[in-house]
Structures are given as C-alpha cells and as structure tokens.
Design a protein around this ligand. Structure first.
Ligand SMILES: [Zn+2]
Length: 398
C-alpha cells in the first residue's frame, strides 16, 4: 500500500446524488480473483528490490472505474465524470501512469465521440478531481516523476489516443499541452485529418496537415503515439518526426495476425529512430498460437519477440487496463472502438478477463515478477520498466 494515499475517493468534494448522478462502480480490488505470479523467497527479494530501485512507468492505462452494472455504462460515460481508481492505484507498484482518459468512449455530447468540446470536458473534469487530492500528482515534467517516487505517490500523465479533436487547428496541440496533455496519438482506429487509422482497407499515409501537426508536436514537446495508426501512416510519422516516437500499446502481428498489432517493419523503424514500444494487454490483443487464451504468458511472448527484433533498449509496457469489465466494455463500445475490424482477421478464444493483467494494480507487478522469474538482469529490468521511456521523454518534452 502506498503511503502517499490518504483515502480520497473521486469527487469527494461534492455530494453524490445531490450534485451529480451516482453509479455503483466496479470493485477496484477483487472484482475477479486477484492473481500474483508465484515466486520463491530469493525471487521475492529481487522483485522488491526492483520495485524500490526503479521508477516504474506504465506507458498506457485507463486508471478509471466503470459501473458494476454494464447496462449503466453508456449513461455513465455520457455524464463525462469518470472516477479515478485512487484506492486501486494505491495497491499498485506504479510510480508513473500514462492515463488515456475516455478515448473512444468519450461520448458526452456525441454518439461517435472524439469531439473537441467533449475532450476538453473530460480533461477538465478529471483534472478538477485530481486537484482536490494529493496522492496523484500531475506528471508534466520528469521532475514530477522523481517527486512521486520520493513521496510514495504516483505521477499522473494525461494522454490522448488520437488527435481527431484538433480537426484542422494546429494551435489546439498547444492548447492541449497547456491543459497538461503530454502524449497524443496521430489517429485512433478511424482516419482523421492527419492520417489513416488501422481499420482502413487502404492507407494513404500522413496527410499534408498531418505533417504540419507532427512538426508542431515536435516543436511544442508533445510526445507522439502511433498505436492505432494504419501501417503507412505509422511509417510516414516515423520518417517525418524529428524526435523519437512511441507505440505505447501494441504487440507483434508476426505472432498474431490482426490489424491491431504492428508488423515487424514498423516495430523496427520505430526502434531505428530511437523510439520505444509498449506492449499491450487489452483483452484479445496480444494472443499467440502457443497461448491462445490471452494471459500473462502470451503477453510476455510478444514482449520477448519484439525484444529479439529491436533490442531491449526500445521496449516498455503499456498494458492498457482499467477497473471493471473490460471485455464487456469492448462489446458495448465495439463500433466506437472498431473492435471487430481490429480483430476480424483471426478468430480467438473469448476470455472473460486477462489473468494476471486484469487492472493497473496487478499488471505491472506481474510483468516485473515474470521478468524476475525468467532471470532478466537488474539492468534489463530497469530499462523496460522505465529507463527507456525516460530516455525518449528527455528528448521529446521541452
Ligand atoms: Zn488504444
């Protein structure tokens, strides 16, 4: 349990039901049977040492809680008042978390999502909540990360999975930076004015406006994420950016042939340009033939494959988990999140949740436990749990 947490719950400064519509939320801990990869005594000690010595960074999460009853989810999202899982996060080993906000479920005033007004609503509302407590501190520069570690708190980094909401306005990149956003995806799975998303049958690559946006992001110091881009658009961004880029939550298409994962060519190009690749754990993504049930083992198979392909200096973890029924959320928001197009090429065994990687509390912990159990050295572990990300952010954030 992190000592920096003193019991605050989301929107405690208001009166539930009197001031806003209250939804009974999923349990932050124990919604499904918690799983901790077993270690022997000596490995436990190494695990503890790795946690205390390193800055532990998750490159991609949604550390919010959705309602216990899934039929309330749409109504909940429409309120634009997502609850942060402070208590759940206090049980994690994380020092820094990249929070990707409402993404495809940002449907406050629109069914299709990603509207400028809605994104600003989401950012403002969540930040207001964060400003009323002191366990999560704003992660806007690297010093904030070290402060969080020292005070046993967590640095909270605002990220957006797509730049769709900037429409044709370059200055919105600066406005979002001013509001604390520090990483933006070029596209979500759908195309936008910058380029093509992964769901398209044809990818015309980065647009002229997309090139201008990449240039502006480089100048402003906004990190770039390519996770949901089409293949040609991703390659174009890597070539256009003067700074290294992230693929914050991804796996290897060579291991599981779905559009949501990236081919070797892109993984190699990202690494060759100095970038970092975070491995994805959202349900039904990082599956393999050896492990058709999505779980910690199939996840780490993707990690090891990418490590062999591009080297350990370009790897990190972006589990992309949340608190609540993630599979149910995918079913409900399947069209907004292009779930079918992402996974259509290969049939998978449906799971209820990803054992060992169910939420931000247990995901990074089990990943590090797995690395310890498989004899990764202290140096290798420190690189993939944080140092590689720090190296790129030092270059990208101004
Ligand atoms: Zn995503």
């Amino acid at each position: 349990m992190k000592k920096g947490y003193r019991g605050y719950r989301s929107y405690d400064y208001l009166e539930a039901e009197h001031d806003y519509q209250y939804f009974k939320l999923a349990a932050e801990v124990g919604r499904v049977k918690p799983y901790r990869l077993p270690l022997n005594q000596e490995e436990e000690e190494r695990f503890e040492e790795m946690i205390s010595k390193n800055l532990i960074i998750s490159l991609h999460e949604h550390p919010t809680i959705i309602p216990e009853q899934l039929q309330e989810l749409e109504q909940y999202e429409r309120q634009g008042r997502e609850a942060t899982a402070f208590a759940g996060l206090a049980e994690s080993c994380l020092d820094v978390i990249f929070d990707n906000m409402m993404d495809g479920t940002c449907v406050i005033h629109s069914k299709a999502g990603w509207k400028w007004e809605d994104i600003i609503h989401d950012i403002g509302m969540r930040t207001c909540d964060i400003d009323h407590q002191d366990f999560l501190i704003k992660g806007e520069r690297l010093d904030d990360f070290y402060q969080a570690k020292t005070e046993d708190k967590i640095a909270w980094v605002k990220s957006l999975e797509s730049a769709t909401m900037i429409e044709n306005e370059l200055e919105r990149i600066e406005i979002l930076y001013g509001l604390g956003v520090r990483m933006i995806g070029i596209t979500y799975s759908e195309s936008n004015s910058l380029g093509n998303g992964l769901k398209e049958k044809q990818d015309g690559g980065l647009t002229i406006f997309g090139h201008q946006a990449v240039e502006r992001m480089n100048k402003v110091g906004m990190a770039i994420d390519l996770s949901h881009c089409g293949d040609q658009t991703a390659l174009d961004v890597i070539a256009a950016s003067t700074k290294p880029v992230f693929i914050s939550h991804i796996g290897a298409r060579a291991l599981w042939n779905i559009k949501r994962l990236k081919p070797d060519e892109i993984l190699k190009a990202c690494a060759a340009a100095g970038g970092v690749i975070g491995v994805e754990a959202a349900p039904h993504t990082t599956i393999t033939k050896n492990n058709p049930d999505h779980n910690l083992e199939s996840y780490m198979e993707h990690f090891e494959y990418i490590k062999e392909l591009v080297g350990i200096d370009h790897l990190a973890f972006g589990p992309d988990t949340l608190y609540g029924d993630h599979v149910g959320l995918h079913d409900l928001f399947s069209s907004n999140m292009s779930i079918e197009e992402q996974t259509a090429t290969t049939t998978h065994q449906k799971i209820e949740y990803v054992k060992g990687l169910e939420n931000p509390s247990e995901a990074m912990e089990n990943i590090i436990r797995w690395l310890v159990k498989h004899n990764y050295s202290a140096e290798e572990i420190s690189k993939v749990v944080g140092k590689n990300i720090l190296r790129v952010l030092k270059e990208v954030w101004n």
